[in-house]
Design a protein around this ligand. Structure first.
Ligand SMILES: Cc1cc2nc3c(=O)[nH]c(=O)nc-3n(C[C@H](O)[C@H](O)[C@H](O)COP(=O)(O)O)c2cc1C
Length: 497
């Protein structure tokens, strides 16, 4: 049921507008919401929400004329595909409530597992309030500190996917630019206005005394938890952020200090700029932390200009190593979450996972690898708070379709299948690819990749359709990955060697 029928690539020219003109022009449906559902892998909910009769039939498509990219997005045919291809496959009713999404973070009840990650998206009262109103269950507030923060301009850079969306994001931003007093006031006002939302104060001290006093002040201001920023890789001063997270002794020392200041739950936010996260996580536990948040951003350099030789973002002819985030970092982050979830020394600690979550399926991957809650920064920067709609609806439907009563039941379900080494894998069978010649457009990409990057097992027949040589195929599946038509699948046929 979760096999995608419509892909982002089918709606590449859609700009995912704010206050989209297609919706204003339609009057019968909300095309912008339907297209967003396709983009964010939530097409089933979109199809299920449609009225019985397709209003696109016989319609002159004013939506397509009104589109900011006039007539370049096939809105009418995308909606019709929701009717014809997706709707018939919906096997269970869309849930009428969000009870299944309820969970908790160190015993604080969350209405769903999604919270804003400490970053620019959670850096003011208004931004948090708008996110809460949109349906986010809470926020890790932008890191509070007494350091005089002066940011560089520009401060971001991006790697783009072929669909034009940002897949990797670099920032050289530091921490909150408000005074500690201003941030504490925001936290206390947010807590008063939104008592049921989870508000976690991210903090960074310069020494033990400051870690202790910041934690104390956050608790006194009404924060539900404190997140210790041992992980920002962009600090202008040395000895802070990821410099601490790389030294388990310091992680423990400063966690102990924060614990002296506060009795509310403490999460240590750890850096991925290490080979294993467990030493720092165990140190945090010994220091009194109740949970781990990960990952913060990965140290990176990107976009070296061929003329100026300066990488991006360039600030007056110079750049600096900065933090990489966004969808591209998800595999790295998942590896760290699984490592910690499998570590018996950390058993019982809450794992709040982040790194590249854009869709409910991204979030589910983290849950299956042992995370108890999900944080998001870059995707909100790129697409806005509204992504919470598809995160919640998609995950809720998945749970219902799988017969699961609570999101908690998914936590760690995939852990038994992950090994940190490849020596456990069975190596006696080969799983061949199977070619769907009807879907195949005879581009020959499978044969090309197999010839130059595989094992010379695919040739093309007189119609340029692929033919497999079973004696040469090693079952690597490179052909499946490169096929632009998704016309190749793993076959049921295995050979034993
Ligand atoms: C612009 C920007 C600012 C950030 N500022 C902070 C911060 O102040 N404190 C912190 O702990 N993490 C900060 N982060 C890291 C995020 O909280 C998060 O760990 C990381 O971006 C990975 O999640 P994502 O891929 O959803 O963005 C920042 C990230 C970005 C992109």
């Amino acid at each position: 049921m979760f096999e995608k029928k419509i892909y982002r690539s089918d709606m590449l020219r859609c700009a995912l507008c704010h206050d989209a003109p297609c919706t204003a022009a339609c009057g019968k449906l909300d095309p912008a919401r339907l297209l967003r559902s396709i983009w964010f892998d939530d097409e089933i909910n979109a199809a299920a929400s449609l009225p019985d009769i397709n209003p696109c039939a016989g319609c002159s498509a004013p939506c397509e004329a009104a589109c900011v990219r006039s007539h370049q997005v096939p809105i009418k045919s995308l909606i019709t595909r929701l009717y014809d291809q997706v709707r018939p496959e919906i096997e269970v009713p869309v849930p009428s409530d969000e009870e299944r999404l309820k969970t908790d973070l160190c015993e604080f009840p969350l209405e769903n597992p999604f919270i804003l990650a400490s970053s620019v998206v959670s850096s003011s009262y208004d931004m948090c309030a708008r996110a809460f109103d949109a349906g986010w269950a809470g926020a890790a507030f932008k890191t509070i500190c007494s350091i005089d923060i002066r940011e560089a301009s520009p401060r971001y850079s991006a790697v783009y996917g072929s669909d034009g969306s940002i897949i990797g994001f670099k920032n050289i931003e530091q921490l909150s630019r408000h005074s500690v007093e201003e941030d504490l006031k925001i936290i206390s006002e947010l807590k008063k206005k939104y008592p049921s939302k989870f508000i976690m104060a991210s903090i960074m001290g310069k020494d033990e005394a400051e870690w202790e006093s910041l934690a104390r002040q956050c608790q006194e201001s009404g924060a539900d938890a404190v997140e210790l920023n041992f992980s920002c890789p962009n600090m202008a001063e040395g000895g802070l952020g990821s410099d601490i997270g790389q030294v388990p002794y310091l992680v423990r020392l400063f966690t102990e200090a924060a614990r002296r200041g506060a009795s509310i739950p403490i999460l240590a936010k750890l850096t991925p700029n290490v080979s294993r996260m467990s030493p720092a996580a165990e140190a945090a536990r010994w220091g009194g932390a109740d949970g781990i948040a990960a990952i913060n951003t990965i140290k990176s350099i990107m976009g070296v200009n061929p003329h100026t030789y300066v990488s991006s973002p360039a600030v007056h002819g110079m750049s600096a190593v900065g933090g990489y985030s966004g969808n591209a970092v998800k595999p790295v982050a998942l590896r760290f979450i699984a490592e910690m979830a499998q570590n018996q020394a950390l058993k019982g600690m809450h794992l709040s996972a982040m790194g590249g979550v854009e869709t409910w399926q991204d979030a589910l991957e983290y849950l299956l690898m042992g995370a108890g809650s999900i944080q998001v920064a870059t995707a909100v920067m790129q697409y806005g708070n509204r992504i919470i709609d598809n995160l919640k609806a998609g995950l809720n439907f998945y749970l219902a379709a799988e017969g699961l009563n609570s999101v908690k039941e998914t936590v760690g379900l995939g852990l038994d299948t992950v090994s940190s080494t490849t020596n456990v894998l069975e190596r006696d069978t080969i799983l061949f690819p199977s070619f769907d010649h009807k879907k195949c457009i005879s581009c020959g990409r499978c044969a090309l990749s197999c010839k130059d990057g595989g094992h010379l097992a695919i040739s093309l027949n007189d119609k340029k359709k692929p033919v497999l040589d079973g004696n040469r195929c090693v079952g690597c599946h490179l052909c499946i990955l490169v096929c632009p038509q998704k016309a190749i699948t793993p076959s049921q046929k295995r050979i034993h060697i």
